[in-house]
Design a protein around this ligand. Structure first.
Ligand code: NDP
Length: 316
């Protein structure tokens, strides 16, 4: 049988191109998307071969929808050999927080809590697979890390002592640290949680299950629709800035190839690590294991974040 991988947010950008690259490597790709019509058209438009993918509905901004996705996946008899947590929203211009049906701030829910729940539920599916090299990969980003140039631009991520999570994360609370709403920081905080989740999955489950858990920063993929909610001028200038000034610019194809490599290629069978590429914009740029930010490598914080997230998504 073909190996099966679930890719969340495969209707655009990195996820779409990762789906294509994985299909090319012979995988069957479950494109887990919130808009199936859009996802189907996107797959056709970049010519992912029909028969190499299945479209399935998931809204990561709703915990109930995540549970329903897992039920459907199982009901259809799929086996899970790898999982890519890729979907994300970035809403830099909103003034007031949006909310999930559960009442949680939406950026943190979509990017972190939805995936946290998905990982916890689908760990069981990965465990059941007899595939010899099961992997779970969560997309990271340079902006999680103030130690790097790309992560120095304010507002910086800061989980504080997770006061917002501890207090239930519902109105009037909108940030993980319980402070006032800042949409750019919410995105960065959620990406720190993604890295902490990956490291905690590794610590808790790698040895007992043999599953490889990792994250990656594919480079700045400045042309994806992630920036669709930014000012139009920003959308125009940002790719040029990345291409000619920072040199961090990476095409969507190359980013997709990098995700596929971390899922499928033997040299990426290393658990608990965060992959990055030197000379990011170059096709032959070499990958290396990069140190994550001080908060993202804080084991105590990882455990605290895990326990509080489990309460919020009701797996604990
Ligand atoms: P895009 O905006 O192009 O793609 C995001 C995907 O997530 C889309 O398919 C979108 O669906 C989906 N999505 C959003 N909300 C939900 C939801 N509630 N339920 C299900 N799916 C949802 O962004 P990118 O491809 O740029 O980003 C993908 C990942 O890569 C993110 O995790 C991001 O943090 C990371 N990344 C991106 C970088 C970049 O420079 N672009 C750099 C480093 C990391 P829809 O099409 O319906 O909107």
């Amino acid at each position: 049988r073909k190996s099966t991988v679930v890719v969340t947010g495969a209707s655009s950008g990195v996820g779409l191109y990762a789906a294509k690259a994985l299909a090319k490597r012979g995988w069957h790709v479950i494109m887990a998307c919130r808009d199936l019509d859009k996802a189907g058209k996107a797959a056709e438009s970049i010519e992912i071969p029909q028969g190499s993918y299945t479209l399935m509905h998931i809204d990561l901004g709703s915990l109930e929808s995540v549970r329903r996705f897992v039920d459907n996946f199982r009901a259809r008899g799929f086996t899970l050999d790898a999982l890519v947590c890729n979907a994300a929203i970035y809403m830099p211009l909103i003034k007031e927080p949006l909310r999930s049906p559960e009442g949680y701030e939406l950026t943190m829910t979509t990017n972190h809590l939805g995936h946290f729940l998905l990982c916890n539920l689908m760990l069981e599916d990965l465990k059941r697979s007899s595939y010899g090299d099961r992997r779970l990969v969560i997309l990271g980003t340079v902006t999680h890390n103030p130690d790097e140039l790309g992560g120095k631009i304010p507002p910086r991520p800061d989980l504080g002592n997770l006061e917002g999570f501890a207090e239930g994360f519902k109105e009037p609370i909108s940030m993980i640290d319980g402070k006032s709403f800042e949409p750019v920081k919410a995105y960065k905080d959620s990406k720190v949680c993604n890295v902490l989740t990956m490291r905690e999955l590794h610590r808790r489950y790698h040895e007992s299950t043999g599953i490889t858990f990792s994250s990656l920063y594919p480079g700045c993929v400045a042309e994806t629709p992630l920036f669709r909610n930014h000012y139009p001028l920003f959308q125009k200038l940002f790719p040029l800035f990345q291409k000619y000034i920072t040199g961090g610019y990476v095409s969507q194809e190359l980013a997709g190839e990098r995700v596929a490599a971390v899922i499928a290629d033997p040299e990426y069978k290393q658990s608990g690590v965060y992959w990055s590429w030197g000379n990011r914009q170059k096709k032959e740029g070499k990958s290396f294991v990069q140190k994550v930010s001080p908060q993202a490598r804080d084991d105590e914080k990882a455990e605290q974040m895990w326990d509080l997230s489990a309460k919020l998504v009701q797996t604990a």
